[in-house]
Structures are given as C-alpha cells and as structure tokens.
Design a protein around this ligand. Structure first.
Ligand SMILES: [Zn+2]
Length: 272
C-alpha cells in the first residue's frame, strides 16, 4: 500500500475514519421549506450520518435560524447540543437586521449557559451585505473573544480594493473568517483562493451540492490544505459523496487530515 494513501485505502475498503479527528463544519437541522429533507432534518438523523462516516463533531446551524426566526433557531441549536453535547456544536446565528442590543442579550444568555458562541452568518437569506454597519458589532465581538465566523458568503463591493473577506481578516486578526461553498465552481474557487491567500485567519469550507472533478485538488494546490475545512451541508447533501471525494482525491494523508479535522481546531472542540 502507498504509505501516503492510508486514508484513501480506508475509503476504498468502506471503513469509517474512526481513529482520525473528523469535524463537519457545515451542517443544518430542521425541515426546509422548498423541498423535503430526510427525517425532517432531525438531530438523530444527523448523528446517524456522523456515525456512518466517522465524524466526531458537527457544527450546526438550524434552518430556521438562517431563515425566518434566528432566536427560535438558536434555541433549537441549544437543545440539539444539550441532547448530544459531545457531538453537536452550536453555531450562534444572529440576524444583523435586528438591533445589536437584542443580539447581545442572546449571546449573553448562551455564554451564561456555558456555550461558546461561534458565529454563522447567512447574508443571502437574511438580506444584507457583510459590510453593512450593523454587522460590525458582531465582528468586534468575535475579535475580542477569538471566535470563528462561518458565512455563507462574504458579500459586498471590495473594501479598499480588496475582497471583503480579505479586508475583514486584516482588520480583525483574532477572527477565523470562513467562506462556505468555496469550490462550487471554478470561478468561485479562483476568486476565493486569491482572497484567502496570505492570511492565516482565512479558511475555505468546501461543502456544496456540485462537485467538479479535480476542483478540490486545484483549490488545495492554490491555497494550501491548512486553509481548507471539511463540511457536508447535511441534510441537503449526502455526506458520503463529500467524504469519498476528499479521501480519494490523491492529496496526501497529511493534507487530508488537516482538511477533515485538524484545521477545525479554530473551533472549541470537546475533548475526545
Ligand atoms: Zn448550508
């Protein structure tokens, strides 16, 4: 066996990565209004997929949180975390169109309950640009508390001639800025690898429903495996396809370990 392809070999044998750290940084729970999702996107269903694939931890953002009711969504997330405290970790999902004072109250409630508020933003569904003034208190807070922020997109005009993610990463060095769905197509990959290159605190999450052949290897070649995060977008997308394409991508075991779990140490992971 090629000693640098041990993970690929496990995949070919149909073995889950039981002894490796595997962190899914992009999942959801709950039903979705536009089409059915398996088991109504229950936390139990998410756990079943995690066990099947050898995923230790999943970062979760309920659909309702990125949609019509961020407070209800965060409540659901907290309940899922209470149910599986060692497996399901919470993304606190604010809707910045609400006043910061209201968001801050919710954050405090969570902190008092002992939960680290790692942020998820969905500018697309909540209808704002990442450079809107109302977003800055969130960035300030995350910077002060060393928290990562996963955003569906870092969307706006350029800031000082730079991609917004790049400009924000410069301004807030203690925040890990994560861009979701970074390899959905070749053009997106090219733009985002350029935006993320050269900043320690920028990461690209590679979950998505379209997986172009060879795109992942090119993304890693451009930006380095240290900046790439594994995510599945469960329950929209079948996580088996995502795991399979990473493990059989002919990256080295070391690169795959970084992508599958080691880079996710920017999150507050429980002890294994
Ligand atoms: Zn998603």
């Amino acid at each position: 066996m090629n000693q640098d392809q041990i993970l690929a070999e496990k995949c070919y044998q149909g073995e889950a990565l039981g002894d490796e750290l595997v962190v899914d940084v992009h999942t959801h729970i709950g039903p979705w209004p536009a089409f059915p999702v398996a088991d109504s996107g229950s936390a139990q269903s998410l756990l079943r997929q995690m066990d099947l694939l050898g995923i230790d931890y999943a970062l979760v953002s309920p659909h309702v949180a990125v949609g019509p009711d961020w407070q209800e969504g965060n409540h659901q997330d907290y309940e899922a975390h209470q149910q599986y405290p060692q497996r399901l970790l919470v993304y606190f999902t604010p809707n910045p169109r609400y006043r910061w004072e209201e968001i801050a109250v919710e954050i405090e409630r969570w902190r008092n309950a002992g939960v680290r508020v790692e942020f998820k933003l969905h500018p697309g569904l909540h209808g704002y640009a990442c450079t809107d003034a109302k977003c800055y208190p969130i960035y300030e807070y995350a910077n002060e508390h060393n928290l990562p922020i996963l955003s569906h997109v870092w969307n706006s005009e350029k800031i000082d001639g730079e991609h917004p993610m790049r400009a924000l990463a410069q301004r807030y060095p203690n925040v890990a800025f994560i861009h979701a769905h970074a390899d959905s197509d070749w053009e997106t990959m090219a733009t985002l690898t350029e935006a993320a290159t050269g900043h320690e605190n920028t990461y690209l999450d590679i979950c998505g429903s379209v997986m172009y052949y060879g795109l992942l290897a090119e993304l890693v070649r451009r930006i380095g495996a240290e900046h790439v995060l594994f995510g599945t977008d469960t329950p929209f997308v079948d996580g088996r396809a995502q795991v399979g394409r990473i493990l059989t991508s002919r990256l080295s075991d070391e690169q795959e370990r970084l992508i599958m779990g080691l880079n996710a140490e920017v999150f507050d992971l429980p002890q294994r």
